[in-house]
Design a binder for this molecule. Sequence first.
Ligand SMILES: Cc1cc2nc3c(=O)[nH]c(=O)nc-3n(C[C@H](O)[C@H](O)[C@H](O)COP(=O)(O)OP(=O)(O)OC[C@H]3O[C@@H](n4cnc5c(N)ncnc54)[C@H](O)[C@@H]3O)c2cc1C
Length: 499
Amino acid sequence: MNPSTARPHVVIVGGGIAGLAAAFFLRDEPVRVTVLEGSPRLGGKLSVSEVAGVAVDEGAEALLVTRPEGTGLITQVGLAGDRVEPGTTSSAIWTLGALRPLPRRQFMGVPSDLAELARSGVVSGDGAARASQDLELPPTARDGDVPVADFVGARFGAEVVDRLVDPLLGGVYAGRSSDLSFDATMPALAAASRRYRSLAEAAGSLLPPPVPVPAGDQDRAPAGTRSGGSVFTTLAGGLGLLPTFLAKASGAEVRTTAMARALSPAPTGPGARRGWRLTVGSAAAEEHIDADAVIIAVPARPASRLLAGVPGASVAVTAFGEISYASMAIVTLAYPRSAFPGAGLAALGWSGYLVPAVDGRAVKAVTFSTVKWPHLADATVSGAGPLEIVRCSVGRIGEEALLQRADEDLAAVAAAELEAATGVRGAPVAHRVTRWGGALPQYTVGHLDRVARIRAAVAGQPGLAVCGAAYDGVGIPACIATARAAASQVMDFLGGGRQ
Ligand SMILES: Cc1cc2nc3c(=O)[nH]c(=O)nc-3n(C[C@H](O)[C@H](O)[C@H](O)COP(=O)(O)OP(=O)(O)OC[C@H]3O[C@@H](n4cnc5c(N)ncnc54)[C@H](O)[C@@H]3O)c2cc1C
C-alpha cells in the first residue's frame, strides 16, 4: 500500500473509453485511482473536432442502445439531455452499379427473408437462387470455430458472403469474413445455428417481429430500428465528448502524455502486500509509480509489452501477440447541399452505404452524417447555404498500402467514389482525414480461446485485470462491460468487492 495514503492505489493504464469507464466504476470505492494515458489526449477511439465549423466525430460516432452499458454511463455522467437519435438508419449497399437496400430482415448481413434478399438486388438472380438452397440443404457440420465465410458460404453461397456479410463485418471490424471467427463475431447466431438446420431461420429467430411497413415501401424501412425507436444514439456535440465528462465524474487523477513503458512486481518490504510498479515516461526522465492493483486498458500490443515484465504471464503475452489489428482512416467531407442532385442527400433515403470489397473500391463504408444525425443538418457554409457532411471509412485489414497515401489523395479518392455513388458535383468545401493506426482488433478464428488464455493468465496475477476492445466486442457498450468487470476484479482482490 502506498505509504502516502491509507487508501489502496489503483492505476489504470489507458485513457480510452474502457480505462475511463473503469475509473468511473471505482469512484465510490475506498481506493485512490490514477489513469495513465500515453497520448496528449483522452478518449482513444473517441474524438471530436470541427469540419467546416461543425463538430463531427472523428472515431466512434454511434452507440448501440440495445445494451444498457453505454446509455447508462451517459446518464450517470449527466449527458442524458445531450442524447440525439438518428433521423434514419436505413442503409444501402453500393454494388452491381447502384445503391441497393440493405435487407431489413438480416442479422449481421445473414438474411432471414430470402424473398426480400432477391428483391433487394444486392445479389444476382443466380446468387439469390443459390441462397434459397439454405432452406433445403442438410445441416452443415462444423467442428469448433470456423471463419464466418465458410459457414455462411456453405449455407447461402459466395454472393451473400461477398455482398452482404463481408461488408457488414468490414463496417464493424474492418476485417474480412474469410478470417473472422463465427463464434466470436456472431456468438448469438453461431449458437442459434446449432438449433436450426436453416441459417436463415436461425437468423430470423434473433430478429424482432417484422415491423409493419406501408405497401411499396417494404425495402426502405430502417434496418436499425426496433419498436420504440432506433437502436443507436449519439451526443449532440459528438460522442467524443464522453471521455472528458467521464474523466471528471470519476474523480480519478488523470494524467495525459504518461506512457506506461513497463510493469513489474513492486519491490516489497517485509510483510507488505505484493504490489506493482509502473515505469512511466522516457528513459531519460523515467518515473516509477507504485500501485496495489493495475487495470490494463490498452490494445493487445501495448498490453503484451507491459505483461512481458510480469513473471508467469507468458501465456497472455503469446495470446496477445496472436491478436492483429486493422488500421483505417476516416475521411470527412463537407459539401454545399446544392452540390447533390435533387433536394440533397436526404432525398436518397439512406443514412449511408456499405461497399463490398469484391467491387474493388477504396472506401468501405459511407455515413451521410447530416441525414443520419439531423442535428448536424442545421449547419450552413457562408455563401453556399446548408451543408451536407459525409463520413467515408477507408481501409480494410491488409489495405495498409492504401493508407500510406497522402491526406489530399485519400480525400480525392473518397470524393471521386462518392461522386460515382451519389452524383455529387464539384469538390468538397472542407475535408478532414483522421488516421487510426491499429484501430480495430481482429476477432479471427480461435479468438474466444485466445481471450480465455489471457484471462486465465491474468487471473493468476494478484491485483491485475484487463479490459477494452480486445476481448468481448469492439463496440463501446462491450468495452464498458469489460471495464466494469475489471473494476470488480480489483476490488475483490483489494477486499472491497462492493461493485
Ligand atoms: C474509426 C472508428 C470508428 C468506430 N465507430 C464505432 C461506433 O460508431 N460505435 C461503437 O460502439 N464503436 C465504434 N468503434 C469501436 C470503439 O470506438 C473502440 O473499440 C473503443 O473505443 C476502444 O476503446 P478502448 O478503451 O478499449 O481502447 P482505445 O480507445 O484504443 O484506448 C486505449 C488508450 O490507451 C492508450 N495507451 C496505449 N498504450 C498505452 C500505454 N502503454 N500507456 C498509457 N496509455 C496507453 C492509447 O493512447 C489510448 O488512448 C470505432 C472504432 C474506430 C477506430
